[in-house]
Ligand binder design. Structure first.
Ligand SMILES: Nc1ncnc2c1ncn2[C@@H]1O[C@H](COP(=O)(O)OP(=O)(O)OP(=O)(O)O)[C@@H](O)[C@H]1O
Length: 318
């Protein structure tokens, strides 16, 4: 069953069309919504929560119509906003407890759920300190906790890794994955980083300029290629075995591209794998790695997009 379904969804602001006839089905599981800044991701989330009306088209969340059933959607869905929105003077426990009570949980249940949820997101003793003194990573965890505290069926997370360092980002991505594996809650998470979604999501939806570019299972994006990566050990006399392996593979009729100690070997069919293995075996050199390459999501977009969402490398270079 779809947790989100839109049909020709359009949102026009006076000067810009933020969403342009977007039709997409989001299944249960973890789904990433990727697009460059301004692609329309936050606009879509606000429409899905029933907080902003669409100009044209329809959308349903958990089978509910966003135009008429916004309040029920917000009862059943958790939302983690992109921007800082936390009160600095209260503790995480007080804030998340307040949000739990606002969602209708009785006081004892709210207290228990608050403790469980803060533990799940990795906030322990710090949960009693005022939020104003928290690091960005801790604040992101509080925002995540308040989205989960009322045990929703679906959470919408808007750029949850924004402002985090690489370690913080990995921890957040791990937490997001576990929201689904541990609790069975579906996740719809936005990012402008393709690499993040590749690791975390079962499905990826790509938008550009408010239009749908692709919606696919992650494993279809990252399908295997006909290229094997080969790495060999040093020879018995201590010399690098890569030269010999390259010569032997080329001699066996296989096209080889060298990248330092790695040899990328293109094969036309299944017999190519056997040829590589037998050729290296014939050399008597140790095989360290023989691995079929998979497409990275970012590669799928090369040449396909005028303004591709950023890869992690592009962002790091910026
Ligand atoms: N309330 C608004 N009034 C006018 N234009 C808006 C409004 N909200 C968004 N826009 C415009 O709509 C487009 C899509 O914005 P949106 O915030 O949905 O993009 P986004 O993909 O979430 O990007 P970001 O990650 O930068 O927030 C942008 O051109 C933005 O300037």
């Amino acid at each position: 069953m779809s947790v989100i379904a839109t049909e020709e969804l359009t949102k026009r602001y006076p000067r810009v069309t933020a969403l342009d006839q977007l039709t997409v089905d989001v299944p249960e599981g973890v789904t990433g919504l990727v697009g460059a800044n301004g692609a329309g991701k936050s606009t879509l989330i606000k429409i899905l929560l029933g907080l902003s009306p669409a100009t044209e088209g329809k959308a349903r969340v958990l089978g509910l119509d966003v135009a008429t059933e916004g309040a029920t959607i917000r009862e059943r869905v958790g939302y983690m906003p992109e921007h800082d929105c936390l009160p600095p003077d209260v503790s995480a426990t007080e804030f998340v407890m307040h949000m739990a009570r606002m969602s209708g949980l009785p006081s004892t249940a709210a207290r228990e759920r608050t403790a469980d949820t803060l533990r799940h997101v990795g906030l322990y003793e710090e949960r009693y300190r005022p939020i104003g003194g928290y690091s960005t990573g801790m604040k992101q965890r509080v925002k995540l906790a308040q989205a989960l505290v009322h045990d929703p069926r679906l959470v919408l997370l808007d750029e949850p890794t924004n402002g985090l360092d690489p370690v913080g980002r990995d921890e957040m991505l791990d937490l997001i994955r576990r929201i689904h594996t541990d609790f069975g809650i579906s996740v719809f998470v936005t990012s402008h980083l393709l690499g993040e979604l590749e690791r975390t999501c079962d499905h990826v939806v790509v938008v550009d300029g408010g239009k749908l570019l692709r919606a696919q299972a992650t494993k279809e994006f990252t399908r295997t290629t006909g290229v094997f990566t080969v790495e060999v050990d040093t020879n018995a006399d201590g010399s690098d075995g890569t030269d010999d392996a390259q010569t032997a593979l080329v001699g066996a009729g296989l096209p080889v591209e060298r990248d330092g100690r790695l040899l990328h070997v293109s094969v036309a069919d299944e017999t190519g794998y056997d040829t590589i293995r037998d050729t290296i075996d014939g050399l008597g050199v140790g095989l360290v790695r023989l691995q079929q390459r998979r497409h990275r999501i970012a590669e799928v977009f090369l040449g396909e997009q005028s303004q591709a969402p950023q890869t992690e490398k592009e962002t790091a270079d910026a």
